[in-house]
Design a protein around this ligand. Structure first.
Ligand SMILES: C[S@@+](CC[C@H](N)C(=O)[O-])C[C@H]1O[C@@H](n2cnc3c(N)ncnc32)[C@H](O)[C@@H]1O
Length: 444
């Protein structure tokens, strides 16, 4: 099992976590109930980053444990009747394990960082407080062309970065005289360093597979597959959301990437079936590798489908008890919102189930099914034609999240915000009373 990302790093890492919980609020709450803030904690939760203001990456300097948006979120969920909103900031420094950085300047004085707000001027951020220290160290090495001398320090933690760097830069900007991109002239050789994402990858050195332990399972993430930047927060989120999924449920994981959420649920909740739907075919390889390392006693029908979740979403939703959505920042596709809306309305008004689906003939659906991986359980499960009871919405776009859920008829919902605005929402109550919510609060 590789846990190398959090093994003792070469550089000191500050692990300071602040946490804030909501206070009880009146049932019909309109006013925002502020989270309790320890007046002495604001300085200990200060960013203290020399790049703050010149770099556009962070917007808050003090009270990092209490982002400005939290008060708005509390008010928003209050209006929906949610009284036990909770917020977990997780790690506040050194949490970003993936980064895409722009490169400008000159070969003798390269600037590697983010754009200044509203411009394309790159701000050099060698001491970024959000980056995992090894990202900053790697950037330094990239600048100086030293990594061929010191590879063992980083091979485990950031070997993917090094594969890319070696590929394009061997052995470094200064030594090789690689010219950074010039925006005005349109010249130069190097414009961005993309630490994880990308489609064309070649394995040059280090371990071939990059493994992390997330949500109770070993996960392999290929460079070209989506992966969460804040792995610690993602792990925390997964462990919490497991409690909202009944044991033995059928789950469909839409916008699934490598299927980390679905596979974590398959193991922790002994799901009857898990369907993962993802539009990026590059994620398939990571899914397959991760499945190979699942415990052998997992009795779940597991499948990964290379498909667009917005096309005929009904075909994915039918037969699932729980729907997990984790869309990009722009939020859910309109066709999916429409279908979820329809389902929630049907569930609320009648217990009538839709008729059994006819044999599928539509070519695009059949194609998506062909382009899928199926791992059959040895246990025979009855075919399930139920409608989903629960929607778990994981969001990285607060505005799109608010807009999406304003379209649903919500009986009850809860929220969990981790990292940025990662939230969960339930359309109806799947696990009886508010047990699940208590669990979440107690856990923190
Ligand atoms: C925020 S990521 C979440 C990935 C995954 N749940 C995880 O945590 O690793 C969103 C994913 O949705 C995928 N995606 C975007 N649009 C999609 C669509 N219409 N249908 C299916 N997947 C889509 C992206 O390729 C990306 O992998």
């Amino acid at each position: 099992m590789a846990l190398s990302f959090f093994s003792p790093p070469a550089l000191p890492i500050h692990r300071i976590t602040c946490q804030a919980l909501s206070v009880a609020v009146p049932s019909v709450a309109v006013a925002v109930a502020p989270l309790p803030v320890n007046p002495n904690s604001s300085l200990s939760c200060a960013l203290n980053c020399t790049h703050f203001q010149s770099c556009s990456g962070c917007t808050q300097e003090y009270n990092l444990h209490h982002p400005v948006v939290i008060d708005e979120a509390i008010g928003f969920f209050n209006k929906l009747g949610i009284k036990d909103f909770s917020f977990d900031s997780c790690r506040l420094w050194g949490w970003r394990c993936r980064a895409k950085l722009a490169i400008r300047g000159s070969s003798t004085n390269p600037l590697i960082g983010l754009y200044e707000e509203g411009t394309h001027n790159v701000v050099d951020i060698p001491d970024c407080k959000s980056h995992h220290p090894n990202i900053n160290a790697a950037v330094q090495l990239l600048k100086k062309g030293l990594f061929l001398i010191h590879p063992p320090i980083f091979v485990n933690e950031l070997y993917i970065l090094f594969l890319l760097l070696i590929w394009i830069l061997h052995p470094g900007i200064i030594e090789l005289n690689v010219e950074p991109y010039d925006e005005d002239q349109g010249t130069g050789d190097l414009r961005y360093v993309q630490i994880i994402f990308g489609n064309r990858w070649r394995h040059l050195l280090g371990e071939r597979d990059f493994w992390e332990h997330i949500g109770g399972i070993d996960v392999s993430l290929a460079p070209s597959s989506f992966g969460q930047a804040n792995t610690r927060a993602f792990d925390s989120l997964l462990r919490k959301l497991q409690k909202y999924v009944p044991q033995g449920a059928s789950v469909v994981d839409l916008y699934a990437g490598a299927g980390v959420i679905g596979l974590s649920l398959a193991v922790s909740r002994k799901c009857r079936s898990v369907k993962c739907v993802e539009v990026n075919k590059e994620s398939r390889q990571s899914f397959e590798k991760t499945v190979e390392r699942l415990p052998t006693n997992v009795e779940s029908n597991i499948s990964w489908h290379h498909a667009d979740a917005s096309i005929e979403p009904t075909s994915w939703l039918l037969g699932s008890d729980v729907v997990v959505v984790d869309p990009p920042r722009k939020g859910l596709d309109p066709s999916l919102v429409k279908e979820l809306r329809h389902i929630s309305a049907v569930e609320l008004r009648t217990s009538k189930r839709p008729e059994k689906v006819k044999d599928e003939k539509r070519p695009w659906i059949l194609r998506a099914r062909e382009d899928s991986i199926q791992i059959e359980s040895t246990t025979v499960h009855e075919e399930n034609q139920s409608l989903p009871q629960t929607l778990i919405y994981i969001s990285c776009g607060w505005e799109s999240f608010k807009e999406d859920i304003s379209k649903f008829e919500i009986v009850r919902c809860w929220s969990l915000i981790v990292e940025k605005y990662r939230s969960q929402l339930e359309l109806s109550n799947p696990i009886g009373d508010s047990k699940g919510m208590k669990d979440i609060t107690e856990d923190q």
